[in-house]
Design a protein around this ligand. Structure first.
Ligand SMILES: Nc1ncnc2c1ncn2[C@@H]1O[C@H](COP(=O)(O)OP(=O)(O)O)[C@@H](O)[C@H]1O
Ligand SMILES: NC(=O)OP(=O)(O)O
Length: 310
């Protein structure tokens, strides 16, 4: 039996139907793929992104804000998305688990991730969140939210960007291990975990959204996982992605990936963090990491995807 941390990307949650019912439906389909991994006999910890949801909720908070009901800050909004997405996943998974594993339960855990208050990411905002805007729309948004920063996101439009500090420690890692030991399926570190710093007064939430791929690697390391699995839209990481000479990467070493990273083969904000997270886990633990599509979740022992080794 292997202990596996599975990181789920936006496509596992997002749908054109943004209602709770629409998102629940998408998540139920995703959880059915995860159950296949549990059926293989492995211990699974699920982590997930929250980019679209945290940005949307932040806008909703601002729109409804008044002195008696003020908008919540970004760290709290991040926690709210851990709650909502975690609830949807937990419910979907419980329904599916009850059919085959009467004793297993999913448990969504509000998770804090320690970051460095001096992380340069607080000055260089880079994490896109919320909806996409056209050039015209973004001018209106900027007038309404003068403190927000917007950047172009890979030719797909403009999005608000926030700080994305690197995770240093997943605070609740020991409890995640306890949950695993007690036959639970933890859903943890959602949205990369709520970024917190430790100061003289204790823990303090800070404004940012951590990249869930980097947090997944840190979580996998902190709970001594045997494998990190990053499930996304593509079956593999590719060289020359989208070009005529595109080449899927199968088994690949960290030193080969270092060369490909230097060549700029992986787009920042999408495949690059997944490659860097996989390398970090493999280099720190000696275990392997796999990047592949959600559709391949049940076939991980069949050599699918990009398999990163030392
Ligand atoms: N070299 C590459 N190989 C594969 N996919 C790549 C590459 N460079 C960029 N991508 C893009 O990365 C996307 C996956 O990243 P992202 O959309 O951030 O995923 P998720 O939301 O699942 O975390 C793919 O859909 C693909 O468009
Ligand atoms: N927090 C995070 O990385 O979210 P996305 O994967 O949805 O961007």
């Amino acid at each position: 039996m292997s202990k596996i941390v599975v990181a789920l990307g936006g496509n596992a949650i997002q749908t054109s139907d943004k209602t709770a019912a629409g998102q629940k439906k998408a998540i139920k389909k995703t959880m059915a793929a995860i159950v296949k991994m549990i059926e293989n006999g492995d211990q699974i910890v699920i982590t997930h992104g929250n980019g679209p949801q945290v940005g949307n909720l932040l806008l909703q908070q601002q729109a409804g804000s008044n002195p008696n009901n003020p908008a919540m800050p970004l760290d709290t909004v991040g926690a709210m998305t851990q709650g909502s997405i975690g609830y949807w996943m937990q419910q979907a998974l419980d329904d599916l688990l009850q059919r085959s594993f009467a004793l297993k339960l999913a448990v969504a855990l509000v998770t804090q991730t320690v970051v460095d208050p001096n992380d340069p990411a607080f000055k260089n905002l880079s994490k896109p969140i919320g909806p996409f805007f056209t050039k015209e729309e973004v001018k209106k948004e900027q007038a309404e939210h003068p403190n927000y920063v917007y950047k172009e996101d890979a030719g797909r439009g403009f999005r608000q960007v926030v700080a994305s500090p690197k995770p240093k420690q997943i605070l609740e890692a020991p409890f995640i291990r306890t949950l695993l030991a007690n036959n639970c399926v933890p859903i943890a570190s959602g949205g990369g975990g709520i970024p917190v710093v430790v100061d003289a007064d204790g823990l303090k939430g800070v404004p940012g959204v951590i990249d869930k791929d980097y947090s997944a690697a840190k979580l996998a390391e902190n709970i001594k996982a045997d494998q990190l699995v990053i499930l996304t839209t593509v079956q593999n990481a590719y060289l020359n992605y989208g070009q005529e000479n595109e080449q899927a990467l199968g088994q690949v070493t960290c030193s080969q990936l270092k060369t490909y990273l230097a060549e700029g083969q992986f787009a920042p904000g999408s495949m690059k963090p997944k490659i860097e997270a996989a390398m970090e886990f493999v280099q720190h633990t000696g275990h392997q990491a796999i990047i592949t599509s959600l559709a391949n979740a049940g076939k991980l022992n069949q050599g699918v995807g990009t398999i990163v080794t030392l």
